[in-house]
Design a protein. Structure first.
Lengths: 427, 90, 458
């Protein structure tokens, strides 16, 4: 039985704001000691109140604008209620109706919306107790939800990698899977018809691209086998176990959780004026796909080279700076990509100088060499005669003269051969 | 008009993270029913084309500059500990 | 010593060295020691802190707006390092690590904090009978309630245990106890005073309330408390407007319902006559959605309560959720039900829409009048135990008070007279948003006309 694979993605991105979403604690918590970046607001203490971080809102809109989303004229925050020890207030301030960005697409894949919310704390499970660290509680979190429009794994992987690149180009976040500033979830189901099936399995807690690929693959296999053997598949949440290379059930979602959303009264609605949208849109830098096209046109590099350079904005910028100093585009690309010369020469000008040094070992053409040899032979008839009379060593003098004429750029072997050849032929 | 059942009360208690005793459920059922009936009288008000009010200030765009404030911080440099949590978060 | 009953008298006395701040504290503490056991007004007395501050004040030249003013706080105001219970067993040992903005401002203005006051648990109540730490009795007559939920704050000032106190008003919790205890009470505009550090009950309705003996003192307190603090995003600064010379007042015809006690009704007519004697016109207006105030309130408030009380799970602070009292559990469940899937549109969203209509009623009314006179409680103070059997009956107490919270407007509760059974009765004046200073002017005029003198009960 051939099933159609239907996958939708939920991607969380932790923006690189200085402070958290609703309080003045530091947003970047990687490596911090537990509970050292907290305050009454992100600890959910009684009496604390949230105020929204304007920069987090801007970054969310920039992402939407870069992907062609519509920015909501009025956007609101909502309370999303559930009980869990790492959720300080027992509700998460998130969005529901009127998220900041609606629609949009990347690589032809439709996006449903992009919204802004706060993160929960971190729970570490050990045998007898669970430990909670609230450094991450209240951190801003941008969430993108795609439509269920992915039909194979390679589409998913290209999409998430390109999204990561776009986010980095926009300087919204370092979007690092290991650091947790980019998190991926996939909703997977199999269908026998055009219609969406009545279940979906959520794959969660996957923290690398590699694991995502493996997890989706094994989950598709599991679902295929289940359906083939006549089983019904339930709506559930599953995680990925690298040891067994399989997915495992975490929670069955018999019905969806009742989050009892209502508009957050402590935060005013956000009205985005058209002028701000225009301003943000005008400040969107060149995005990866645009850069690829431009590199192909301007520098005429191979698509492999282009992809490598474009996948690292810093390197791409270095390359372009070097190219503004020298037109040896292919050489520059080669030295960067294959010899990591950008690491050796932190300044592009240093790289370019190195190229000149190397280039001085680049030889004159055969035609120019031939002309020079002819000239030298005409100018030195006695030496030629000496050579013809068996005094082979005088060729050294002739080579020297030719090199002088060629300003040292003569190819030694070619010069030697040409002298010998021309003497034999004409002199 | 919604008539509450015992099942409703148990479900709502669960949603509210409250553990109720049997006698509490028995006590709350008629009280909640009565109150829900009372507040249900709003259904007679015509609210076609009326926007909901969730805030009376009329304010918009009250936001914070993105900077780190240290005056408010409370830290403890250790984990909060709870008995082992066996279920995954949603 | 006979403690002064106004801020002005207090500061004049201190400056003239008639008494010292320490002596004031001696006096109030003596009063607390004498009567607190019987009336159950204070939950925590901060004697050490009071003396420390009093000594500081005695070394100053009494120039701050509240220098030497002894204040007490409803136990929902977080006070750093001083136990804050919200009147509930959930927080019976909770020591907060920070103080509310209001507390900081009052104390920075020179006030002397003397303790934390009993209240209905989590501010749920209209009588003071819902505290997990026992009932607060009315200092005017201990068989009667003080009103709630700011039972302690009203009790403290009327029993002369502090000069002023802070309470809260979400559905009448300052105005009703103020009326029941012969005090001036203010429910400010929603967004005038920061709620940061006040344990939240219903986020779109909560306000910081104040209790004083006179309108003049109320104005001083209000100007110290109000304004942006960078933590409550709903607060807006405003410049005190010019006060009109001529006012026009309104009374809604819908206020005269069956449940309105004859004595209260009589008092309202007396108030009307008093203003008319001063040349202020009082006309009849209509607030057509008056009868829906309580249902709207009892949808929005429990919904927001169920949300705000979710954080009390006993994991990091306080006791676990089994320690919630009956009223808290009832409101939490009501709220969860109202917000749950399938019911949100029918109840919460519907209530939000009717709220819009109520606001429109008031916008219309304020086009023709400057302020609206209204009863606060439909009855004079009632006896302990009279309304406790039926929660719905207790909710109906809120028929005149929830309005101002739903619309977000200020209301000044004024003492007027005493009932035939010797209990205080009063009324409220409501005005448009940020019209507090006009309300103070109207309140001052009224008290001047009736030759009001502050009175303490004990």
């Amino acid at each position: 039985m051939i099933y159609q694979i239907i996958i939708g993605l939920e991607i969380h991105i932790e923006p690189n704001t200085k402070s958290k979403m609703f309080c003045g604690c530091q947003e970047d918590h990687f490596g911090a000691k537990p509970n050292t970046q907290t305050c009454p607001i992100c600890l959910g203490l009684p009496g604390a109140l949230p105020i929204a971080n304007s920069e987090a809102i801007k970054k969310t809109m920039q992402l939407g604008l870069a992907l062609g989303s519509n920015i909501s004229k009025i956007s609101k925050f909502y309370r999303k209620h559930y009980f869990y020890p790492d959720l300080a207030k027992s509700y998460q301030i998130s969005q529901k109706d009127n998220p900041f960005c609606i629609g949009g697409s990347l690589m032809g894949k439709k996006i449903n919306h992009i919204h802004l919310e706060e993160d929960a704390g971190k729970l570490i499970h050990s045998k007898d107790e669970s430990l909670i660290d609230f450094n991450r509680s209240g951190c801003a979190l941008i969430e993108m939800v795609t439509e269920p429009v992915f039909h194979d794994i390679s589409e998913v992987m290209s999409f998430v990698k390109e999204l990561q690149l776009v986010v980095r180009y926009l300087d919204i976040s370092n979007a690092d899977m290991e650091k947790g500033t980019m998190r991926l979830e996939a909703n997977i189901s199999l269908s026998t018809s055009e219609k969406l099936p009545n279940y979906k399995v959520e794959l969660k807690n996957i923290n690398s691209f590699k694991f995502l690929e493996k997890a989706i693959k094994t989950e598709i296999e599991r679902q295929t086998n289940a359906l083939n053997s006549g089983q019904k598949l339930a709506q559930e949440t599953r995680g990925y176990d690298e040891k067994t290379k399989t997915t495992f059930s975490q929670r069955t979602k018999a019905d969806s959780d009742d989050y009892r959303y209502f508009p957050e009264p402590d935060i005013t609605p956000i009205e985005i004026p058209g002028s701000m949208i225009l301003d943000l849109r005008s400040r969107i830098p060149e995005l990866p796909e645009q850069k690829r096209k431009r590199f192909a046109e301007k520098y005429k590099l191979s698509s492999d080279y282009i992809n490598i350079l474009v996948s690292d904005l810093e390197r791409a910028n270095y390359f372009e700076k070097a190219c503004s100093l020298s037109k040896e585009y292919k050489t520059i690309a080669n030295l960067i990509i294959n010899k990591n010369f950008d690491k050796e020469y932190p300044e592009p000008a240093g790289l370019v100088k190195k190229i000149y040094d190397l280039g001085s070992k680049m030889y004159e053409s055969a035609k120019v060499t031939k002309n020079a040899v002819e000239k030298v032979l005409i100018d030195n008839p006695d030496i030629v005669t000496s050579y013809k009379n068996g005094k082979g060593q005088v060729i050294g003098f002739l080579i020297g003269q030719v090199q002088k004429k060629l300003k040292g750029k003569g190819n030694p072997k070619l010069v030697n051969d040409k002298i010998v050849e021309l003497i034999r032929k004409n002199f | 008009m919604a008539r509450l059942t015992k099942k409703d009360v148990i479900h709502v208690a669960e949603l509210s993270n409250l553990k109720l005793t049997d006698s509490e459920i028995k006590k709350f059922l008629p009280q909640l029913t009565k109150i829900i009936e009372f507040v249900g009288t709003l259904s007679e008000v015509d609210t076609v084309n009326i926007e909901p009010t969730s805030q009376t200030t009329g304010l918009t765009n009250v936001v914070r500059e993105d900077r780190v404030i240290s005056e408010n911080m409370l830290t403890q440099e250790d984990y909060f500990k709870v008995p082992a949590i066996l279920t995954e978060r949603t | 010593m006979k403690t002064p009953l106004t801020i002005k008298e207090t500061q004049e006395g201190l400056k003239a060295k008639k008494f010292s701040a320490v002596e004031l504290v001696d006096s109030y503490l003596a009063q607390i020691n004498k009567y607190n056991k019987e009336f159950n007004i204070f939950l925590t007395v901060t004697e050490e802190q009071a003396y420390k501050k009093a000594k500081e004040i005695d070394r100053s030249n009494f120039q701050s707006p509240l220098s030497g003013v002894v204040v007490s706080y409803k136990d929902i105001f977080l006070t750093k390092d001083v136990r804050t219970t919200a009147g509930s067993k959930i927080l019976e040992s909770y020591i907060p690590p920070y103080s509310a903005t209001s507390v900081n401002r009052i104390e920075a203005a020179g006030a002397i904090p003397i303790g934390k006051l009993n209240c209905d648990a989590f501010a749920h109540g209209s009588s003071g009978e819902n505290s997990d730490f026992g009932v607060t009795k009315n200092p005017w007559n201990k068989e009667y309630v003080t009103g709630g939920s700011s039972s302690g704050p009203a009790g403290a000032v009327s029993a002369n245990m502090s000069l002023v106190s802070l309470g809260s008003d979400t559905g009448g919790s300052t105005r009703q106890p103020a009326n029941f205890c012969n005090l001036v009470g203010l429910k400010p505009t929603y967004g005038a005073i920061s709620r940061y550090g006040v344990i939240a009950m219903s986020s779109s309705l909560d306000t910081v309330g104040t209790f004083t003996h006179t309108v003049g003192d109320m104005e001083i307190m209000y100007d110290v408390l109000r304004g942006e603090d960078g933590f409550d995003g709903n607060v807006k600064n405003f410049v005190k407007p010019e006060i009109k010379k001529r006012f026009k007042l309104g009374i809604a015809k819908e206020y005269f319902i069956d449940g309105l006690d004859a004595e209260v009704e009589k008092m309202i007519f007396e108030v009307k006559k008093t203003y008319e004697k001063m040349g202020i016109e009082v006309v009849e207006i209509s607030l057509p959605h008056t009868k829906y105030m309580v249902p709207v309130y009892y949808i929005i408030q429990p919904a927001e309560v169920s949300s705000n009380l979710g954080r009390f799970d006993g994991i990091r602070y306080g006791n676990n959720r089994n320690s919630f009292g009956e009223e808290a559990k009832r409101r939490i469940m009501l709220g969860s039900y109202i917000l749950s899937a399938g019911y949100y549109d029918e109840y919460y969203e519907k209530a939000m829409k009717v709220r819009t209509k109520i606001i429109n009623d008031f916008d219309e009314a304020f086009k023709t009048v400057d302020a609206i006179i209204s009863p606060v409680s439909p009855t004079p103070p009632f006896k302990l135990g009279e309304n406790t059997k039926d929660p719905l009956k207790m909710y109906l107490e809120d028929v005149y008070t929830t309005t101002a919270n739903l619309v977000g407007i200020p209301s000044l509760a004024l003492p007027s007279t005493f009932s035939t059974s010797g209990l205080p009765i009063g009324f409220q004046i409501m005005g448009p948003r940020f019209s507090e200073h006009a309300l103070f002017e109207l309140g001052r005029k009224y008290h001047q006309e009736i030759d009001y003198k502050p009175k303490i009960a004990l």
